[in-house]
Write a protein that binds this ligand. Sequence first.
Ligand SMILES: [Zn+2]
Ligand SMILES: [Zn+2]
Length: 431
Amino acid sequence: MIELLEGEKLFKTANSLFFYKKGRATIGPARTPYDILFRNAGKQGRWNVAVKPLVVGLCPSDMAGGMLEFPPSSTRSLSDPKNPAVAGHEFVGRVIAASKTACGELRRRGISLGDLVAGDINVGCGFCSQCKRGDPAVYCLQGATFAGVGSSPHGADWVQRQTGRPHVPGAYTEGFIVLPASNVHKVPRQAVKNVKALALFCQADAVACAKTSCNIMGLVTFKQMRGFDNPSVLVIGAGRLGTWHIAVIKDILPNARIFVADIKQANLKSIASLFGISKNRQYYVRGKHSFLRRHIENVFGKNKFFDFIIDTAGHGVLTGRAITDMILLNVAPGGRFWTTSHTGIPGVDAGHPMILLGSKSFGNGLSPQNNFPYAVDFLAKYAKQYIHCLAELPNGLADKRLARIVATGGSGHKRKESGIIFYSIVNQPNL
Ligand SMILES: [Zn+2]
Ligand SMILES: [Zn+2]
């Protein structure tokens, strides 16, 4: 019924990092998704692949999941030991068990037990019209679930029916995570020469999100549509998401003119050297109202407009009013203002007549959608360039302080330590 990788065991309980109340996480024994795997194996269910996480990436969406801010109106139970809210949604691991059906499905995609995979924790119901036609999980009409983060409130019903739980545990565990076979993506073995090279692939989710941004805001089709290939792009926030956005833009439109803004000089410096961004295209942001038209002209010169402004600065940094003004005054006609915020930004007047007349628009590209295969290829191709951006949070789940770092989104830690992309080794990879 279940095929198990030699030398592995499926435990019912494992040391894990989980939220026990709103905003508070701890590390200790927690129920593994053993029940989910066996419930699905017998009934030919979809939750039929067990992946032992090896490296988990630090991402503030874990905090949002623990604060019940994401998914919007989340009803995730945080104090129920039967449904522990195990965090961790960006990871790379090893396939250690799969049902017979799943083994066949994986084999058709060139994946066997023991292979290294990046896991996509976004799961749709699998039976609605959107899911059936192959749309991304976030488009699921029944409401998607995000393993390790929570379920959309109206999605909790189908998740309960399929898994026996209202939400599914994540990757910060010494046990395993269970996903549908279609949600694991093979990491090419030759790209993984050491643990750090493996760790890079826990960024597949973030790279896939950046690709979603580029797809939806029309950067991928830009040259075709506009007839030139060097749009001006301002990226606000030179952290992890800013880095991946620029990296993907450079992959798609190498001639794009990149401008970058951040409140941290160290971040600006590292992103500038990574991508060769000259001083006159960097904006060291200080004080409030930094993106008023006159400040932009002061920094970047008169008549400087952007075809794309991408706000990766995080929740609440730019207000709806400030964004509306930026779209009106700093975005070029035909341009886009994109945000990576997933908790909503009230007060953006996206229907302002001048925004409509100028064919400008406002949107978001947060989900990895169907871009995991692109992301895995991308990371294999550019590993040398980006591997230096990674920094390990030492001792994995053995260091209890990790719980606080994850629960607070890691911003305090990032202030103290240098580096923009952090990861934890939760199980020894034994490569
Ligand atoms: Zn994330
Ligand atoms: Zn669906």
